[in-house]
Design a protein around this ligand. Structure first.
Ligand code: SF4
Ligand code: SF4
Length: 375
């Protein structure tokens, strides 16, 4: 409980105001419709935990874990409430409180198999070793591929590799598949997340890598931000997200992109936008395609609604996660665009499921898959 004490002032302040701004578009509150699922409810729980009026138990865990880690409440509130909520998850995990089942599975699967999808890690490693860039011993960049891409969205890898090869980028791919640790970190399993962070860091060191390319928003936030906190050290590598990298390649004229007549809208992944501040690069990439009209959804950039997948929510509350994604797809449809584009394979997956659940005709793509079709 010690690590929660520093949030007592925030919790007290929250208890004494009647604003409730954090409810607006909080995916957990919007879907579950109880105040206790919004940040205000969670901070009230925190206050009463610190005062000894509540105990860390399964009922508390059920409310606290119903959070996608989207950070939208931080924007609405001004206090960094999502950080306090993350700390509560970590304390609940550390105290051995039974987490809601789907959330716990992320941790146990990663501990058992090395990835949250519970696929034999040899399968991921064999796949990586089949890629020609894994045989290179030197290159300018190291491309880190995440579990969602390797085990669920291989087409996304094909698209990314097609673009990098077409642009003549010198890159190599690690021969071992190691989860970055983000899924376990978001469900409070800090020890396993640290172990993953150490393994990935050692891998990069063994490869002699300085610049790491990442195209999953969750992996990017983890490598570029959370590793410093978890490993308590200064950044050892330069972490570059594919959106900024693609923007640079296009500016340098290294990609020839065919014309596309289409209205497109862009969904900001929470880990890339709110948590990492990358809003403009993907928009510039899309705007650089001749014929494309980029139209914004009502809620965009730092106010963008969450797709509902993060923080273990998709694993813990699958139907709710898909319903939240369906809501976002409807917001995209309201723009009149025919294509909804995002920059994270995990958002892509959830948005596609959301679209399917409402029989939406909207095409859903990643920036990479869209570009790969045009080169
Ligand atoms: S916006 Fe902030 S202070 Fe206001 S109720 Fe929500 S968490 Fe509390
Ligand atoms: S981080 Fe997102 S899901 Fe969690 S309480 Fe805040 S707004 Fe709601």
């Amino acid at each position: 409980m010690d690590r929660l004490e520093k949030y007592e002032d925030w919790a007290r302040a929250c208890m004494h105001v009647r604003c409730g701004f954090c409810r607006e578009n909080c995916p957990a509150y919007s879907q579950l419709q109880l105040d206790s699922y919004a940040a205000k409810g969670k901070m009230t729980i925190l206050y009463h935990l610190l005062k000894g009026n509540l105990e860390l138990d399964e009922a508390v865990a059920e409310r606290i874990f119903a959070c996608t880690s989207c950070g939208l409440c931080d924007v609405a509130c001004g206090y960094n409430q999502s950080e306090a909520i993350h700390e509560m998850k970590t304390v609940l995990y550390d105290q051995g409180v039974a987490l809601p089942e789907g959330y716990m599975k992320i941790s146990t699967k990663t501990r058992e198999t090395g990835n949250p999808y519970s696929v034999d890690a040899n399968e991921g490693t064999a796949f990586l070793q089949s890629l020609p860039e894994s045989k290179l011993s030197v290159a300018d960049y190291t491309l880190f591929l995440g579990c969602t891409q390797i085990y669920r969205e291989k087409d996304e890898i094909d698209s990314l590799l097609k673009i990098l090869r077409a642009a003549g980028v010198s890159f190599r791919i690690p021969t071992d598949q190691i989860c970055c640790g983000s899924p376990t970190y978001r469900v409070g399993d800090e020890a396993q997340a640290r172990e993953q962070a150490e393994k990935v860091t050692n891998l990069f060191e063994e490869m002699g890598s300085d610049e790491i390319l990442v195209s999953c928003a969750g992996c990017f936030r983890m490598l570029s931000n959370d590793y410093e906190v978890l490993l308590n050290n200064d950044p050892k590598f330069k972490i570059v997200h594919s959106m900024e990298f693609l923007q640079e390649l296009i500016q340098e004229g290294k990609l020839e992109i065919r014309r596309l007549e289409a209205a497109i809208t862009y969904h900001d992944p929470c880990h890339l936008g709110r948590h990492s501040g990358i809003y403009e690069a993907p928009r510039q990439v899309l705007s650089s395609i001749t014929g494309v009209e980029l139209v914004e959804m009502e809620w965009n950039r730092k106010f963008a609604k969450c797709c509902g997948a993060g923080g273990g929510f998709r694993s813990g509350r699958g139907e709710d996660a898909v319903a939240i994604a369906a809501n976002r797809v409807q917001e995209a449809e309201a723009t009149g665009a025919s294509i909804l584009v995002t920059a994270c394979p995990f958002c892509l997956r959830n948005l596609r499921d959301g679209a399917q659940s409402i029989n939406s005709q909207m095409k859903i793509e990643s920036v990479e898959s869209l570009l790969a079709e045009l080169i």
